[in-house]
Design a protein around this ligand. Structure first.
Ligand SMILES: Cc1cc2nc3c(=O)[nH]c(=O)nc-3n(C[C@H](O)[C@H](O)[C@H](O)COP(=O)(O)OP(=O)(O)OC[C@H]3O[C@@H](n4cnc5c(N)ncnc54)[C@H](O)[C@@H]3O)c2cc1C
Length: 235
């Protein structure tokens, strides 16, 4: 479907949300992703199409994606093109897909684990819960590299969800959790029951490691839901 780029907004120095207007109502479930096509000359090997989670709520006027730009090293030609979009430019967006969405049973205990920009599907889900005033038993663990990359805190508060934020390389004044996110930290948040589902979203190596560690700790594969972001080595 064709969508029209409207505007962008910084969430942090290197994290930007891009707002698109759909040409007709766009039906999706909070947490799903799309493929965005940006044809451009002399594309590098990262290509002309990228997958992005819709960070918006299905109740929002705009469709949004939120992405991170490298502070050091090159950024892909795709992301250079994205950052250069002018208001009013039409672009192609695929149909929504993916099952990184809330379970049907509203009482299922949920643990959400985000690594850096992996927070995007949780932003969509929590915005949707806040706007529909639905509540779920959710614990959120959010790992970032540094404090200035913490985004979307208003949304956590609006949804009534407490976020435990873990900063890998904090300043001295940081008063919260420090270090690397781990299965122990996740299990320490809440002792999982038979029904608990753990949703993990972020750089591919992080999600794979956490899934492997949680399986070793006794969780069944059916209790683990993953959103794997390629091309990010770390959060
Ligand atoms: C289901 C799904 C959902 C996703 N959702 C999101 C989302 O919500 N937000 C999001 O940001 N991403 C998301 N992604 C990942 C996204 O599709 C990209 O893979 C990611 O943003 C990295 O983009 P990029 O390759 O353009 O690299 P960049 O972001 O430009 O750079 C990432 C790293 O690669 C290096 N790099 C960049 N270009 C090159 C090059 N040509 N050669 C060598 N190294 C290079 C950079 O220096 C940096 O270290 C999702 C992926 C999937 C599969």
């Amino acid at each position: 479907m064709q969508v029209t780029f409207d505007h962008s907004a910084h969430e942090a120095a290197n994290i930007i949300t891009f707002y698109f207007k759909p040409e007709r109502p766009f039906d999706y479930t909070a947490g799903q992703f799309i493929q965005l096509s940006l044809p451009h000359a002399e594309a590098d090997e990262r290509g002309q199409k990228h997958w992005f989670t819709l960070s918006s709520s299905p109740t929002d006027e705009f469709l949004t994606i939120t992405t991170k730009f490298p502070l050091e090293g090159p950024t892909s030609t795709f992301k250079q093109t994205l950052r250069g979009l002018k208001s009013g430019t039409p672009v192609d967006m695929s149909d929504p897909m993916g099952d990184f969405v809330l379970p049907k049973m509203t009482q299922t205990p949920l643990v959400f684990v985000a690594g850096g920009i992996g927070i995007t599907p949780f932003h969509s889900i929590l915005s949707w819960l806040a706007s529909t005033r639905e509540t779920r038993p959710i614990k959120l663990l959010y790992a970032v590299h540094s404090e200035d990359e913490i985004i979307f805190q208003d949304t956590f508060a609006n949804a009534g969800v407490h976020a435990t934020i873990v900063v890998q390389d904090p300043t001295e004044s940081w008063g919260g959790e420090r270090g690397h996110i781990s299965a122990e930290m996740i299990l320490g948040l809440e002792k999982p029951t038979e029904d608990t589902l753990v949703y993990v979203s972020g750089p591919e190596p992080m999600v794979e490691q956490i899934h492997a560690d949680l399986k070793k700790a006794g969780l069944r594969p059916s209790q683990l839901v993953g959103d794997f972001f390629p091309n990010y080595k770390d959060y």
